[in-house]
Design a protein around this ligand. Sequence first.
Ligand code: FAD
Ligand code: NDP
Length: 312
Amino acid sequence: MQKHEKVIIIGSGPAAHTAAIYTARALLSPLLFEGLYAGGVAAGGQLTTTTEVENFPGFPNGISGTELMINMREQSINCGAKIETLTVDSIDLKNRPYTVTVGADTFTTDSIIISTGATAKRLNIKGEDTFWQRGMSACAVCDGALPIFRNKPLIVVGGGDSACEEAHFLTKYASKVTLIVRKDTLRASKIMQERVLKDPNIDILWNTETIEALGDKALQQVRIKNNKTNTESLLDANGLFYAIGHTPNTRFLNGQIDCDESGYIITKPGTTQTNLPGVFAAGDVQDKTYRQAITAAGSGCMAALEAEKSLS
Ligand code: FAD
Ligand code: NDP
């Protein structure tokens, strides 16, 4: 039997739970699908893959990422949201009410809030499983200020705007930052390139690949290879930060919503509205610039208020 909902929220990070809290308090009785390792991330989203979160307001001593997400989930339920630990397989947006398919079940809904996030790309090198979150991370802005990185040699991998921005950011904490670039050019915008090229605290290794993470309890060294000469060497490093791009979790949309060339959902500036009425996008799935928990939560609030307005 097909069940009808006023609002279905897809995702389980700060955007989804903020949208759930607001739509529940607006008495819309939202149904939230939190996913079952969707996009390779546990329910609760990207923050479940980190240790301390020190920049989410309200927690003067920081809070563990997992605990923060457990709290948000509990708050959604306390406000009246219904949560299913299931991954949405597909949605059909041809006619309104829209249809959402989850395994063998289908639901119709008047509005949808998509907050399925994005997954940071990884290199999957040798040693990565051992040293992930023990010196290795995919978010320098989030983790770079941790005490283990203070006055230590740090590495950033990538050649885009994120890599340049993160390398520059880490110079505040590191004894030295090395940027590892697989080609002999940077893909980053000219202004970002200039910033790292001029920075005496950033060394750039061109035509270089990262092939192994080594250490004892935490990361201590990284094996690299020059892909022109094929010579391998070891670099001392207490931090290895990937900045090689993200993959937005939008494949299940099957091209029905306007996305940019990288797959991020396009929203009307200053709103969370997609190109379809009653379909909203919040959080990292529509944001490749800020990508922070607080900005995701803020856009989740916007999506909920816009959904409420569209339904009234
Ligand atoms: P996400 O957190 O990306 O969660 C989306 C969820 O949706 C995932 O659980 C996914 O499994 C689920 N999903 C995907 N597809 C489906 C589907 N089809 N059906 C159902 N569910 C689905 N930000 C900070 O502000 N401070 C920090 O300290 C910080 N540290 C970070 C550390 C790391 C290692 C990383 C990777 C990120 C960090 N960030 C931090 C960034 C922050 O985690 C993200 O900006 C934020 O989580 C984005 O929230 P979101 O709501 O868009 O979704
Ligand atoms: P990009 O996709 O632009 O860049 C990814 C970088 O990682 C490229 O240099 C790429 O190399 C490299 N890379 C990819 N895969 C590998 C791999 N397997 N091994 C080694 N290197 C790899 O991602 P960004 O996150 O940098 O940027 C995404 C978008 O966000 C862009 O549009 C960017 O402009 C924007 N942005 C803007 C900022 C700003 O304006 N301040 C800040 C951050 C992001 P190659 O070049 O060889 O393909």
